[in-house]
Design a binder for this molecule. Structure first.
Ligand code: MG
Length: 230
């Protein structure tokens, strides 16, 4: 049986781009993602056999400080914690395309509001940030929410758990491709699940993530360190 195709199916990527173009960076008028309770945290997940384990709860051997040398963050009771004024940390190994599992918690006693509250970030290739922020009962600009692609794309929903509770990000990242002249062949793409809920669905970045700016791509290596914001 043949059926006539009367309409071209909507293109989610095109619709997303059209929506994106309506908003300036950190636009306070941009709608906030709706709050959805993700349910309680489950037990930590096991790493698959082919995973590169960047932190096993014991030491920061896979990491270095922002200026090289040992990473100075605190390690205790199976977790690492930002140590004040020690700066970001980055992996010794470089990565390009990857699937990344992250478990994080913001301070149990929240301090400050908006971007001051538990602000960190997972920077793929040291350039492209998935925002980490305590967005539980804490309003901020939409493109700076937890699990936003900072300054560009808010998450589809806000599924933050309470401060102090463990949360997960599962990030599927495709690095950008550049031609020999440095032009973009394909942009960086993110799919992100926050606490098991889809919050970024194959989203293309316009370039590096930045504060109050949307800079264009600059050609870079195929593999670069992953960094965590202080
Ligand atoms: Mg951040």
């Amino acid at each position: 049986i043949m059926a006539a195709i009367t309409a071209v199916p909507p293109d989610p990527a095109a619709a997303r781009k059209a929506e994106f173009q309506k908003w300036a960076v950190h636009d306070p008028a941009r709608p906030l993602p709706p709050v959805v309770d993700p349910g309680p945290a489950g037990p930590p997940v096991s790493a698959p056999a082919d995973a590169v384990v960047l932190f096993d709860g014991r030491d920061l051997a896979a990491w270095e400080g922002a200026k090289g040398g040992p990473a100075a963050w605190k390690v205790e009771n199976g977790y690492m914690e930002v140590a004040a004024k020690t700066g970001l940390i980055r992996t010794r190994q470089g990565f390009g395309d990857c699937q990344l599992h992250v478990e994080w918690a913001s301070p149990a006693v929240p301090v400050g509001h908006s971007q001051e509250r538990g602000n960190s970030g997972v920077f793929l290739m040291d350039i492209y940030e998935v925002q980490v922020l305590d967005c539980y009962d804490n309003k901020t600009y939409a493109d700076g929410s937890a699990a936003s692609l900072y300054g560009q794309y808010p998450p589809l929903v806000n599924v933050c758990r309470k401060p102090g509770e463990w949360q997960t990000y599962d990030i599927i990242f495709h690095r950008p491709r550049f031609d020999a002249a440095g032009a973009v062949v394909s942009p960086a793409r993110f799919t992100v699940l926050h606490n098991g809920v889809l919050v970024q669905d194959n989203v293309e970045l316009t370039g590096p993530t930045a504060h109050k700016a949307r800079p264009p791509y600059k050609a870079h290596a195929d593999k670069l360190p992953l960094s965590l914001q202080d």
